[in-house]
Design a protein around this ligand. Sequence first.
Ligand code: ITT
Length: 210
Amino acid sequence: DTVVVATKNAGKVREFAHAFGKLGMQVVSMFDYPNLPDVLEDGTTFAENARKKAKTVAEALGLPVLADDSGLQVTRLGGEPGVYSARYSGEGATDARNNEKLLQELARLTAEDSEPEQLADGTKLLSEASFICTLALYDPAAEAFIESEGLVNGYMMDRPRGSGGFGYDPLFYLKSQGRSMAELTTEEKQAISHRGTALVELLKKIAVSE
Ligand code: ITT
């Protein structure tokens, strides 16, 4: 009834706790295992990093462990920040600094684009973008992975909107919702997000493998 998630990201913990809570399961995270060493995320793909986090922690604990590697890809920034999403603003990166850095990069795009698409309130949509989430579940007894991926498409805005979610959510606009990702409830975000989609996919694969 307990799922170990190899994450130190409080936003991810909240979303996994919400999703697994609905299935009657509890989530424990790396906040509950403060003595485990950090996993160096040096992979070149989301999948590689997710596998590395899941396997390292699963072998340390001797339990099956789920890991999430995710990020934002901005089309007009050549897919950046991508696998560097968490470290976009450099040493000591925080969500706030990463968003600040992204807004600076987007401001450059505004200068290039004289007629960006605008919302009714004047917010500019500066680039297409996607959130991507790769999940890896590693079972050390079986020495086997189950993996899944989810993606959601949207647009980068020139100013933040909303206070929900985490990370880059306040800058990510969803035309289908007429709102930013940070203006959705956890439940609404789960229904459409990269993480929600990846989780549904993973649960299907687990059901098939059992
Ligand atoms: P763990 O590795 O401990 O899980 P992390 O924050 O380092 O935590 P990642 O390496 O996967 O996680 O980096 C993900 C980055 O992408 C991070 O900057 C997040 O803020 C951002 N991100 C991921 N999912 C997001 C979401 O649903 N909404 C907004 N930003 C998200």
